[in-house]
Design a protein around this ligand. Sequence first.
Ligand SMILES: [Zn+2]
Length: 121
Amino acid sequence: MDEPDKQPPYWLVGACPAWCDAWHRDEDLAGDRRHVSRWRQRIVLSTMDPVRLEPQTSEGKVELEPCAVQVWVEQGYREVEPRVWLEEDHRLGVFALGLAEAERLAQTLTEAVKLGRSAPS
Ligand SMILES: [Zn+2]
């Protein structure tokens, strides 16, 4: 999204999607010309082992962080549709899904939750 009094960058030929909160500039390199949502959800994965961080001090104190997955929407300026991105905070995995794939994943997750919550037969 651009400031109201600022011209859009020369490379941006259309309007930003409604969900885009990115600051676009003429100086953006081709790979950085992306619409990005500020909307971002973070889900802590409480059943996963924590991730051991590299010591930041000479005392070598070990710190642990929980695994967490973040979800957001992103679209390259020449791409035909946005993709839903999933990334583990510690880069244990990064996933980009087409909208239909993300919808299928959401449905699959909903089915799995229903199955897990179903009463024993
Ligand atoms: Zn944009």
